[in-house]
Design a protein around this ligand. Sequence first.
Ligand code: MIC
Ligand code: SF4
Length: 643
Amino acid sequence: MSKNLTYKIIEDHLVAGKMVPGEEIAIKIDQTLTQDATGTMAYLQFEAMGVPRVKTELSVSYVDHNTLQTGFENADDHLFLQSIAAKYGIYFSRPGNGICHQVHLERFGRPGATLLGSDSHTPTGGGLGMLAIGAGGLDVAAAMGGGPFHLTMPKVVDIRLSGKLNPWVSAKDIILEVLRRLSVKGGVGKILEYGGPGVSTLSVPERATITNMGAELGATSSLFPSDAVTRAFLRAQGREAVWQSLEADSGAAYDEVIDIDLSALEPMAAQPHSPDNVARIKEIGPIKVNQVAIGSCTNSSYTDLMRVAAILKGKTVHPETSLVISPGSRQVFAMLANNGALADLISAGARILETSCGPCIGMGQSPCSAGVAVRTFNRNFEGRSGTADARVYLASPEVAAAAALTGVLTDPRELGQYPEVSQPGEFLTDDSMILSPSPEPDKAEIRRGPNIKPLPVPKPMADGLELPVLLKTGDNITTDHIMPAGSKILPLRSNIPAISRYVFSSVDPDFSDRALAAGSGVIVGGLNYGQGSSREHAALAPMYLGVKAVIAKSFARIHRANLINFGILPLTFEHEEDYESLQQGDILQFTGVVHGLMSGGSLTAINKTSGRELRLVHNLSPREAAVILAGGLLNYTKQCELL
Ligand code: MIC
Ligand code: SF4
């Protein structure tokens, strides 16, 4: 039977379950990655599992998010991560070496492998033909310990690319077009597999821009075939040996087909405040732009920045527009420095930042009040830039460079001659900032600074619960709403008691006080609750504050899994209109929770305030129900060991 590429890779790694969309399956994980902001928790959890050395083919710990070091916290976390890596057999990519997804693509990714990363943009690796999936840190820790990764078998969508991009139109416009068509919830429960004759016109970094931002669709992952272009990229990275040809069989079946003619696309942008609010630059018009930021794991490859340098060469940025650039990796940065392109960027007035996530996660470079920023990043959620009333537009490096020169949103085709930039035949490869694990792990000492607090562990789920509704939210609540990031809060990622004070702080500053006073409670959400990042702090910190359940119209995949991992019940409405009947402050009484979780998919609660009965659906697999009842995945794993 002819198979699509997703089925081939999953079949190769299948440990349990049937490859039927909607059913729970478990797959073997070959590689893992963590970044520092999720990594400290992941490694505390890994330590708690008591496994002496990682059991994966490769595990890499990156430091790229928290590099501002406005206090001792970040530096302490870096030392902790470095010492953990040395002891447990993990490669350590030092701060300054680059953004995890970009470096992993360059130095470690391998076609046909599975990669689990504690960051939602892990599917960047799909640009190389690997099945790369984002997850919470606890799931990644379990995979490092040799456990399989459990997921719902996704549907597979065939995105057929035809034609070729016109000059000034780029890979970012392809994924913006997909977002325009499918929306931020359109990928939930799906893997997007790219195919068709247009694929061979795209380089690996261009493919990676597309798979990276598939995260914004809520997709489980996105995937390109591994072909001659992949081989040339790996050869130029000095890694041709890991190449293998991988593609879907002809006539393979898909659950859905989407056709995109690349030659019909135009420069576009995602308007505030959602990555799917996409329009053509021409339609949006020449709005004034205060800041341009080029970088992030979506668009900071060598060719992205070479093209920006060529556009800016010999010109100066607009006097009322600030331009900041953060190269994606040390490889990219060094190559730009060596060939003079960095000098062109500096001469044009660009402010060069270190190779890290930087402004993408609100670590500096917040725009001015009510400012407009054009960014090559992947998320423009309200407030994520650090300025509550800023308006962020997501666009290609070409659009960003054009705005930096003109000071207004500009269709880059107005700039005239398109600067052709080719892929290098050989990248500069220097892995001296990637540290190998210690050959003497017993002697490696773990460095634990005062910011690293012990891991809070949830209690087993009670059979009867009386819970106040602590907060009612609307649709598309992001994990940035639940657990904001930025330069003030991100340094507290290793300190749950401290960071929990900021849960929902941008939505309702009194939330944490109210939750602590109540002792326990429930959150009510709308559609696609918990979209965005993989940060398990958006489950862990509410758990610490006493949240026992979230009742929503629907959930984003990673957040739902994180809630379960930390013993919080994710429930949906049997009748969606019941959402309207719930108010903040209502008291919900749950009885027979244990039986309800063990036997089938529903639970009943009585709203004691209104007297209404609520029918709720849990849709938990037997394994997930057991995890919740045990009080989260760590407790569950320990229970299994005792059996
Ligand atoms: C993000 O882009 O939101 C992050 C920061 O990379 C997160 C991870 C985190 O919150 O640490 C993600 O995408 O998973
Ligand atoms: Fe870093 Fe931004 Fe990419 Fe997240 S989306 S990994 S913060 S660059």
